[in-house]
Design a protein around this ligand. Structure first.
Ligand SMILES: [Zn+2]
Length: 425
């Protein structure tokens, strides 16, 4: 464990420490952030109440932050420090609009690296490991996570996103013991060669949901001959906030002490208690951030929480991400995540390749059944109406959703060297 005294501290003690940090953060926000001063309508942070009452404060939406950005104020009105105090400015990828700029002070960046290092170290990598990473250090928040590998003390081989051929050559030449990549890319590489005999013993996936789905994970583990663990961050809050330990039963909060986690019902915005098995949208609050701290930020990630004791000794709660709430469809009152469809379809391998594309007929969340789903056949597998029928039955049985399954030839669905698109709107 990277920071055993922190990571094994009882959760009650952590909560007490967090409560004190939260009071300081709220006082700071009301004093320094025009955005939150206006939003909260308070003269002092004390009016906000204690951490235990945080659910009574308003949520922060990404669009609200974006709306305060102008040519004069590229960070919006939530910037709390003098521009000269900023040591780095990241961009979000802008997949859902114009890019956002994420400013950081030196202390903010240090905390990001600390949290990331705990999250990645939880997977079992340490000094003596040789770790290939496939993130670009470029403009995006994920680049900050690269510093975590130096902190952990591994031999870091930063390959960035390049060609798969270059990556496969490096695997042969440098014989790394671990690799960090998106789950889509991990699956993609398996179609390019037999990697079960490679030197890689640990595959660390991050960047999109799916790496924790049992069938998909089993396929990656069999293909790579390696243990798969996942990590997850949220651009506006921090990289790799969560990281899975060797028990492989969900991602622990590695950024404990820096970030407070809550759950809400995404439809009603009501708070959901963080109990074993609780499910909802993840809402995060910075506890000791300086440049542009966020309060009750809606992540749009839909997660399941585990709070039962973990055999690894880490006391932080664990989560499994089910998908983005933006990708969620509601078919006759039933929530359906495209990644869950992929998971069920994956059980039919090798008859199927594991690639799926959900193609909702209408715009918006609510859909009338049957939901169209393209399912890619395995290599050299001929289309077969009985197979389509079996997949349809299985989807209805597991997800309670009626689908219209269309089988397509191997290679017909787009592959990704970064993040997969599972839904076509
Ligand atoms: Zn654990």
């Amino acid at each position: 464990m990277l920071h055993a005294s922190v990571e094994t501290l009882s959760w009650d003690e952590q909560t007490a420490l967090d409560a004190a940090r939260y009071a300081e953060q709220l006082a700071y926000l009301v004093e320094r952030s025009p955005f939150y001063r206006a939003k909260l309508g308070m003269a002092s942070g004390a009016e906000a109440g204690a951490l235990a009452d945080v659910a009574q404060l308003p949520l922060t939406e990404k669009d609200e932050l974006r709306a305060t950005r102008t040519t004069e104020t590229p960070f919006g009105t939530q910037l709390c420090v003098e521009p000269a105090e900023l040591v780095r400015i990241y961009s979000t990828s802008g997949t859902t609009g114009a890019p956002s700029y994420i400013p950081l002070t030196a202390a903010d960046l240090e905390n990001w690296v600390t949290g990331s290092a705990r999250s990645y170290a939880a997977s079992g990598i340490g000094p003596g490991d040789r770790v290939v990473t496939t993130y670009n250090a470029g403009p995006f928040v994920a680049g900050a996570a690269l510093d975590a590998f130096q902190r952990i003390g591994v031999t870091h081989v930063p390959l960035g996103t390049g060609t798969s051929d270059r990556l496969l050559l490096a695997l042969e030449a440098l014989r790394p013991t671990a690799i960090v990549l998106t789950p889509s890319y991990a699956a993609y590489l398996l179609e390019h060669g037999d990697l079960s005999g490679s030197s890689v013993r640990r595959v660390l996936v991050a960047g999109e949901p799916g790496g924790g789905e049992p069938v998909f994970r089993a396929r990656l583990e069999a293909g790579w001959g390696a243990a798969v663990t996942e990590a997850m961050g949220i651009g506006d809050i921090g990289p790799s906030l969560w990281g899975e330990c060797e028990q492989r039963d969900g991602m622990h909060l590695g950024a404990r002490g820096f970030v407070h986690a809550e759950l809400i019902d995404p439809a009603t915005e009501a708070a959901v208690t963080l109990d074993e098995g609780a499910e909802g949208e993840l809402v995060l609050t910075h506890l000791r951030h300086r440049a542009a701290p966020l309060l009750r930020f809606r992540t749009r990630d839909h997660v399941v929480v585990k709070t039962a004791r973990c055999a690894c000794g880490r006391t932080a709660p664990r989560i499994r991400c089910l998908g983005r709430t933006d990708d969620m469809l509601i078919v006759r009152g039933v929530n359906v995540f495209p990644s869950a469809v992929r998971e069920v379809v994956g059980e039919f391998a090798p008859a199927v390749s594991g690639n799926v594309l959900v193609r909702p007929r209408s715009a918006g969340v609510k859909q009338e059944p049957p939901l169209p789903v393209s399912v890619e056949l395995g290599r050299d597998v001929a289309p077969d109406e009985a197979l389509a029928g079996s997949i349809r039955e299985r989807l209805r049985g597991v997800l309670t959703v009626q689908t219209d399954v269309e089988l397509v030839a191997f290679g017909a669905l787009q592959r990704s060297e970064y993040k997969s698109r599972l839904i076509e709107r």
